[in-house]
Design a protein around this ligand. Structure first.
Ligand SMILES: [Zn+2]
Length: 284
């Protein structure tokens, strides 16, 4: 049917001299048709002389269009939530709650979130350190996640949250001295490129994983519980299994990133990385 309609359309075009009205319809139809095959195939399959049936009017054509399936799968997002970069790929709208920090784009060295606060959750260590802090919205959400865990007797601990540029600088260089640059880059961020500087990321662990940040955490009952429940509280597993090609990082079942409930649910449902989410999202 599709090919037949197309053929009819082509002939109508020829007969009518391709009026302006038809142009619009043709274009839609062409888009639809080329989704189902290459243009070469299409051209080859046009019979040169096929009788035009009276009832085949251009008005019928839109009925053959596919439903806008992709629209249902796209996330409409307001423009301020997209990350704005300068020429050096340094982020300009740093306080954006959906800020995308990765190996390709970085935060300014002097960026410190203004609303850092300590979430009321159990930590794996004592004392008042920077790494206890998160931005307010993320801190409240983390409290919600931990509270739900507690009601289900799942014992998890916050291990490492906000990290300043300077701290990341120290960590990165220590690793480079120990392991060299290549190995370090697979697990640690160059200063400015760490998501921990956003104050929107928290590493977590459990006693069953010796409170360590290792892949084993993902296999523990606590790690599995977190994977299941994180999105309901606005968090995603930022570096998922098999996501290294896209994120540039190995699987980190312990690294939670706050993105808000709506985005987290969408990412979870469609099994995306944050990078893939922004590739799909439509600016409003
Ligand atoms: Zn982390």
């Amino acid at each position: 049917m599709k090919k037949k309609h197309f053929s009819v359309l082509m002939i109508l075009m020829l007969l009518t001299g391709c009026s302006k009205q038809l142009d619009d319809i043709n274009w839609k139809f062409w888009e639809y048709f080329t989704e189902n095959g290459t243009s070469e195939e299409v051209v080859e399959e046009i019979p040169e002389e096929e009788p035009v049936e009276e009832e085949e009017k251009p008005e019928d054509i839109p009925q053959t269009e596919e439903p806008p399936e992709t629209d249902e799968n796209q996330f409409v997002l307001e423009e301020p939530f997209f990350t704005v970069l300068n020429e050096e790929k340094v982020i300009e709208n740093t306080d954006n709650i959906l800020v995308l920090v990765n190996k390709d784009q970085s935060l300014p060295a002097d960026y410190i979130p203004k609303d850092l606060t300590i979430p009321d959750v159990p930590f794996s260590f004592e004392g008042d350190y920077d790494k206890k802090y998160l931005r307010k919205e993320a801190a409240r959400a983390l409290e919600g996640l931990f509270a739900e865990a507690e009601t289900e007797n799942v014992e998890i601990f916050a291990v490492s949250g906000y990290r300043s540029y300077e701290t990341q600088y120290g960590i990165y260089n220590t690793y480079v001295k120990k392991w060299g640059e290549e190995k370090t880059n697979a697990v640690s961020a160059i200063p400015g490129h760490s998501e921990h500087q956003t104050g929107l990321a928290m590493d977590i662990s459990s006693r069953s994983a010796a409170l360590d940040l290792t892949e084993e955490f993902g296999e523990t009952p606590e790690g599995k519980w977190v994977k299941e429940h994180a999105s309901a509280h606005g968090f995603i597993i930022r570096y998922p299994e098999d996501g290294e090609v896209i994120t540039g990082y190995q699987y980190e079942p312990w690294h939670l990133r706050y993105v808000g409930k709506e985005v987290a649910a969408y990412i979870d449902e469609h099994d995306l990385t944050l990078e893939e989410f922004f590739d799909r999202a439509i600016k409003q």
